[in-house]
Write a protein of this length. Structure first.
Length: 157
């Protein structure tokens, strides 16, 4: 398991990417419902290495904060549950950098594979991790001036 798979590791990765402090705090385990983004991560052999689930607030917050989008634009995307192309591209970059969280105990690198809008459309191996992770971290994440949101980090090992 990655030395980064903890609250401080998430904070360090996100704050470093954003160039400013990102609030990250652990919260009790609870399933994220409603509109979600699911990101899958794979090992070099193609096997699933991890899953990140973001609610709408976390997705728009992190996608908007990366390029300092105006808070009203981010709030509009959140309210309409529709991320503009540049926000999606930003979010994909955030998810790509977060692959370090899922590095294995043997230092095998994880790679961001794909982003799905809803766990229901993710392939069966990803759904299996979502249903029964071996390691789980539930967080509230947020950059200043944007509404914080919920993030779940799940690992099969």
């Amino acid at each position: 398991m990655s030395a980064e798979f903890n609250v401080d590791g998430v904070r360090r990765i996100l704050s470093g990417l954003m160039g400013r402090e990102v609030v990250v705090r652990e919260v009790p385990v609870s399933t994220i419902t409603g509109w979600t983004i699911v990101a899958s991560y794979i090992a070099a052999d193609g096997n699933p290495q991890g899953v990140c689930i973001l609610d709408i607030n976390a997705a728009t917050n992190l996608g908007g904060a990366l390029s300092l989008m105006a808070p009203p634009m981010v709030a509009s995307a959140t309210q309409n549950k529709a991320l503009p192309t540049n926000m999606i591209e930003n979010l994909q970059e955030v998810l790509n950098v977060m692959s370090r969280l899922f590095q294995s105990a043997t230092n095998e690198r994880a790679t961001f594979q794909q982003m799905y809008i809803s766990p229901a459309v993710a392939p069966a191996p990803i759904q299996a991790i979502i249903k029964k992770p071996k390691r789980r971290m539930e967080l509230i994440v947020g950059a200043a001036n944007y509404t914080p949101g919920r993030m779940s980090l799940l690992m099969p090992i």
